[in-house]
Design a protein around this ligand. Sequence first.
Ligand code: NDP
Ligand code: MG
Length: 375
Amino acid sequence: MSVGVAILGSTGSIGCSTLQVLARQRERFRVAALTAHSNADLLEQQAAEWRPSYVGLVNSGKSEAGRGKGAECLVEAATRADVAIVVNGIVGAAGLEATLAALRAGKRVALANKEALVMAGELVTRAAREGGGEIVPVDSEHSAVLQCITGRRPTELERLILTASGGPFRTWTPERVAGATVEEALRHPTWRMGKKITVDSATLVNKALEVIEAHFLFALPYPAVEVVVHPQSVVHAFVEFVDGSVLAQVGFPTMELPILYALTHPERVPDAGARRFDPVAAGSLTFEPVRPDLYPAYGLGRAAAAAGGTAPAAFNAANEVAVELFLEGRIRFGRIAETIARVLDAHRPGDAGSLAAVLATDAEARRLAREAACS
Ligand code: NDP
Ligand code: MG
């Protein structure tokens, strides 16, 4: 019997890569549900090919049998009886409620949507514990960590070092970075991804989000989650154990491998998709410290993480708004970090143990960010 998979955000970069993986694994998995925000044409094409029992389009007028609309369609798709695994490839805070619902319904969530875990890490991990659901990371660094620690006891784990490509501005001066254009920010050296995460990779906000993601996924204190710049994106993470031994997971950059592993963990299945690793072709691998002057938003994210409570939710919301404004050409690149700083300065971290508190922080931080960015 094949396993039913729901893909939330099927029209995005992660969604399309997931379908590519599933096309080679048709005997193991079947697509049970697909959702998108507004790309109705691509969603229709995918539905025609995969014939899922449920299709949801958030931003649509029509709703027929087996078709959902409005934001509710995400929770509907994520909790269906014929779905065992939910791949959450939605970008941003919009992915939170479906993740919570899926975990409460006992599903495995193959999580690419890191923003939800950052804004509500406590709630998401609690939903998994209480509902019997399981969070398996799709993010390549966290998949690397999971692959290194599978079969080990949590007490054997000492420290993680996540790698960051450094983005397109790694060799620029801070002054030049502050005035970078949208086109320059979208020219990522090693990964092809959606626009929001590509900008997050240029500011290194993405890595701050990933530090918070790792803290919640692997129950490690923040000082035990380090980051190193590794421009080749071949080593995805290092894991240090209590005896000082270090394991790393390596491979040419592709999301198909971590997506497949999130579906099959802890097992591995034969797959001919990803380009096989070749150390000579990989060439020299280099590692550098993160330069705080070049990536001010990274430090802000780490500070929000250390403050805890609702601070990561405020950080995430401020960033989402600032990135949107930057992509619309309304603020300069340097204004992203400045906006986040202004929002965090004004934010008094509170308890993040309820959805109401998290959503209130998210809304307030968005309001403040719009005000701060454009003033
Ligand atoms: P994309 O922008 O390519 O895709 C986003 C998807 O989410 C689309 O299907 C989009 O639908 C849908 N969507 C957008 N807004 C909403 C909303 N409000 N409600 C419901 N659905 C929505 O993003 P990526 O695939 O690049 O990234 C998705 C997530 O995965 C992000 O959290 C990112 O950080 C994470 N991630 C991505 C990686 C990558 O390689 N791309 C790597 C690691 C993590 P539509 O097309 O209709 O607009
Ligand atoms: Mg990543």
